[in-house]
Ligand binder design. Structure first.
Ligand SMILES: [Fe+2]
Ligand SMILES: [Fe+2]
Length: 205
């Protein structure tokens, strides 16, 4: 069994998530968890770590499983939870509420699933937008969310997948560039953290 860093064991956590997510989102979450673990094995310098990477692998697996835990809530339930947890919802998030699940997912992971590891919580918080100069775990969850195996095969997918296993920072740049292109096509504005991330990761072009 894989170790998960929350109040449940792996089996219990998966059972709970299965009840909260639709089938597609559940399969996606499993995909993100294993893709994140693979990226840790590739980029985590685990041979240099005293525990052989055990902690980093558990963090990646836990964050991957939980990252979308707030994705399948109904609007009313989502808004109620945001209020209960006194989350700051930006004007931008009010305009594009699909973004809220990242912030709320971090809060739920802490309060409902018992995650007390700030690195995991932050990786969940920023999995959708990214931000500048991400930690290894943040960058890996952000990336795994985009390339996990059940994702719709976009044109850019093979390039992004290969890039991320070759050079994580360059791979993150590839995703951000694609995200900005996609938003431009839809004539949608770019969220501030995503823009900051793009400006930062441009150096890895
Ligand atoms: Fe998400
Ligand atoms: Fe996701």
């Amino acid at each position: 069994m894989m170790e998960v860093l929350c109040s449940y064991d792996e089996e219990e956590l998966k059972k709970k998530l299965k009840r909260k997510l639709d089938d597609k989102r559940y399969a996606h979450s499993i995909g993100v968890a294993y893709t994140a673990v693979s990226l840790v094995m590739r980029h985590g310098n685990i041979d240099k770590l005293e525990d052989g990477g055990a902690k980093l692998i558990s963090q990646a697996y836990t964050a991957g499983l939980l990252h979308d835990c707030a994705k399948c809530l109904e609007d009313g339930e989502r808004d109620k939870l945001c209020k209960n947890y006194k989350l700051d919802i930006s004007d931008f998030e009010r305009e594009y509420p699909y973004l809220i699940h990242a912030k709320l997912g971090a809060a739920l992971s802490q309060k409902k699933y018992g995650v007390d590891d700030d690195e995991i919580l932050s990786a969940i918080r920023y999995h959708t937008t990214g931000h500048s100069d991400m930690t290894l775990l943040e960058g890996i969850i952000f990336s795994a969310d985009f390339i996990e195996p059940t994702r719709k095969p976009l044109m850019i997918m093979p390039i992004a997948r290969q890039a991320l296993f070759e050079d994580l920072n360059h791979g993150i740049y590839v995703i951000l560039e694609q995200t900005l292109k996609h938003l431009k096509n839809k004539e949608q504005p770019v969220e501030e953290h995503t823009l900051e991330a793009y400006e930062w990761y441009k150096r890895y072009k």
